[in-house]
Design a protein around this ligand. Structure first.
Ligand SMILES: C[S@@+](CC[C@H](N)C(=O)[O-])C[C@H]1O[C@@H](n2cnc3c(N)ncnc32)[C@H](O)[C@@H]1O
Length: 505
């Protein structure tokens, strides 16, 4: 497959695996509302934050939305959007690689971008997510006026790239019908079945049984128009006629049409790739809404996305309760909308806006603010989130476990690096679990109640008798082992020495 090359590509494709695992530190004074919702706002560089989250959330996210800096050569008040072209690719590549690991098998990632980097982005996302998992490039009308100061052509749309983790497993929802679409159903003849609209009874596809003559209520004859055929055979036509589903117009002299009733239509419509500002919001609408929320602020975030856009994406890609991730959170539009729509979320933002915008915005949501999409989802308030910052690395530069690392933290990292899956629940026992027929144990930090260097962190016959047995191969991580090779083989134990034999993926 052709791939994109740039000056530092060889280094950049190693960045994700070389980024250190760091701890996330809870900041209670910036958290708000119910504390056990699982909703997280994180301040920090998303490369480190994503790496810190992986052992817990790999494969668990249903929908990722990102709106990264577009590299527009602008210096916005809250972030700089002017990287050298290769630097932008170097920034995006490892982050996209990590993001892919978070998606569950039927999950999807949605990325907004413009012409500055959009076509380069498509090539690296094809490489990372797979060309066969590319779903579409949606055109979102971000602006409804032409900018007359544009040098050549005014830019009024963004691209919205959509990839599935696995194309065949993706099941997107439908969009609700708009008022305009509903208004096309009318009831001029007071049909007791309610509003309807007339659909063409003929089609262009050859259908041998669709060539019969229809006689209208006033005696007029109707044959299908030239090179067209009725969509039904004569028997089906008569059935529809008996059911009162065929209309010849109010005068009874028009061509036969089929009545399609509003109440029979499916709840929603399959989305298409043209997203108009009236339905999906615009940049201007987003800025007006954000200004209304931050009336007293000196500087309001300059590049927010409209809540309606996120509402549509979230309703297509997720169900209530699903987990959503945005690692370029900006002013927290994604988490505000996810919160109002009853989804769980993780939002990551490195700038001060994490505190000046994200925290107050989601707090207002919890307090029941009525801007953006609130009225359309009948938002009443409630819920909560916890705020985190990045803490120390789990492993120091020489690969040793950093001082102060807790048992459960090391357990989560070991389990993830061995199995590629997050550990379910908080590890509080040496037996971490079984994966693919192998059991994993961790002896660390005096988990068996003895913190002395010689205590429960060393594998001995006594310790082996204390830990839950497993009839199969076992991998035991510990700070030392006093069992001979023969005995280990007999017990089908592979001993791995902490820290030397831990692979920090
Ligand atoms: C275009 S804005 C996102 C706007 C957002 N969609 C909204 O509605 O407010 C991009 C954001 O990504 C943040 N960002 C850029 N690089 C980042 C990184 N490495 N880690 C975390 N955030 C980053 C910037 O600070 C900026 O706030």
């Amino acid at each position: 497959m052709p791939i994109l090359n740039w000056l530092t590509r060889e280094e950049d494709i190693k960045t994700a695996s070389q980024a250190p695992y760091r701890l996330l530190e809870d900041v209670p004074e910036l958290s708000y509302g119910e504390s056990d919702t699982g909703n997280m706002l994180i301040q920090g560089d998303n490369l480190d934050a994503l790496k810190a989250l992986l052992p817990y959330y790999a494969g668990k996210v249903q929908c990722i939305f990102i709106d990264p800096p577009y590299n527009t050569r602008s210096a916005f008040e809250h972030y700089d959007d002017n990287l050298e072209h290769a630097q932008w690719l170097a920034m995006m590549y490892p982050r996209l690689e990590l993001l892919r690991e978070f998606l569950c098998e039927d999950g999807s990632i949605w990325i907004t971008i413009d012409d500055n980097e959009g076509h380069y982005l498509k090539v690296i996302t094809d490489e990372i997510f797979g060309r066969s998992n590319f779903v579409t490039n949606i055109v979102w009308q971000k602006s409804y006026t032409s900018n007359q100061t544009a040098k050549h052509i005014s830019d009024t749309h963004d691209h919205l790239l959509l990839y599935a983790k696995s194309f065949d497993l993706l099941h997107l929802g439908k969009l609700p019908r708009t008022e305009e679409q509903i208004s096309k159903f009318k009831n001029p003849d007071n049909d007791p079945r309610g509003p309807w609209k007339a659909e063409n009874l003929s089609a262009g596809k050859f259908y041998s049984a669709g060539q019969f003559k229809i006689i209208g209520p006033t005696g007029l004859d109707f044959l299908p128009p030239r090179n067209r055929y009725w969509r039904c055979n004569e028997e089906q036509y008569k059935k529809w006629l008996d059911e009162g589903r065929i209309t010849f117009g109010l005068s009874g002299t028009g061509r036969p049409m089929l009545k399609k009733y509003l109440h029979e239509m499916e709840d929603g419509l399959r989305a298409n790739t043209w997203w108009k500002h009236e339905e999906f919001g615009s940049n201007k609408e987003a800025s007006i809404d954000l200004k209304a929320l931050f009336k007293d602020a000196d500087e309001v975030f300059q590049t927010p996305k409209p809540e309606k856009l996120l509402q549509r994406i979230i309703s297509l890609a997720t169900q209530p309760g699903d987990l959503i991730l945005d690692s370029f959170l900006g002013s927290a539009t994604t988490t505000a909308v996810a919160h109002k729509m009853g989804r769980r979320y993780i939002g990551i933002e490195m700038g001060d806006q994490a505190i000046t915008h994200c925290v107050p915005r989601v707090k207002k949501v919890i307090d029941g603010e009525q801007g953006g999409i609130s009225k359309s989802v009948e938002w009443k308030g409630g819920g909560g989130f916890r705020f985190y910052r990045l803490g120390d690395p789990v492993f120091d530069e020489s690969g040793h476990v950093s001082p102060g690392i807790r048992f459960s933290t090391l357990a989560a990292h070991l389990w993830f690096s061995e199995t590629g899956h997050p550990l379910v629940g908080k590890a509080e026992r040496p037996f971490l679990g079984e994966h693919d027929g192998t059991a994993y144990y961790l002896l660390f930090n005096g988990i068996l109640g003895d913190k002395r260097p010689d205590g429960g962190n060393i594998l001995t016959s006594r310790i082996l008798a204390e830990i839950p047995s497993f009839d199969g191969p076992k991998i035991v991580f510990g700070e030392g082992c006093r069992m001979g090779a023969e005995r280990l083989a007999q017990e089908r134990i592979t001993f791995r020495h902490i820290p030397y034999e831990i692979k920090a993926r």
